[in-house]
Design a binder for this molecule. Structure first.
Ligand code: C2G
Length: 134
């Protein structure tokens, strides 16, 4: 069984996230999503998600491509996650190209997939702001 893992906040879940998760699952048989905790978002990623960890987890659990969800609490855990969960492939959008190539040292492949154009959580918030304020 080929196991795939991907990491992210997945806030305001949108079709760009779904495209990523679908393609990640296509690369193997089992997909783990390491979901950024609220603390990790605040302290390390300098962003506050609109939905809490539990709300974001509930949304991800309803997606057919997702087999398991674990918390992402720090940048370093990728190395140990590869061993702990027997991961074959780490998948990320290509805004992260090269960032996690170190997983090759743990025997996993790092694959960066093209992002879905013109959609992002930031863009959604901006568009809604513009709509309200004109
Ligand atoms: N994504 C995408 N296309 C978009 C938007 C996002 O393919 N239009 C991908 C991102 O490249 C990422 C995943 O969807 O692989 C989740 O996106 P975010 O929640 O924005 O992830 P990020 O905040 O970049 O967190 O340790 C890694 C970090 O946790 C990644």
């Amino acid at each position: 069984m080929r196991k795939v893992i991907t990491y992210g906040t997945f806030d305001l879940l949108h079709y760009g996230h779904i495209n990523l998760l679908r393609r990640a699952k296509e690369l193997g048989d089992y997909l783990i999503v390491a979901l950024s905790t609220d603390e990790f978002n605040l302290n390390e990623k300098r962003k506050k998600s609109y939905f809490s960890y539990d709300q974001r987890k509930l949304l991800l659990e309803s997606i057919r491509y997702v087999d398991e969800i674990i918390p992402e609490e720090n940048w370093e855990q990728k190395r140990t996650d590869i061993k702990k969960y027997g991961i074959d492939i780490l998948v990320m959008g290509d805004d992260w190209t090269g960032a996690f190539d170190f997983v090759k040292e743990e025997g996993a492949e790092a694959i960066y997939l093209p992002r879905t154009p013109e959609i992002s959580t930031t863009q959604i918030k901006q568009d809604l702001r513009d709509e309200i304020h004109g």
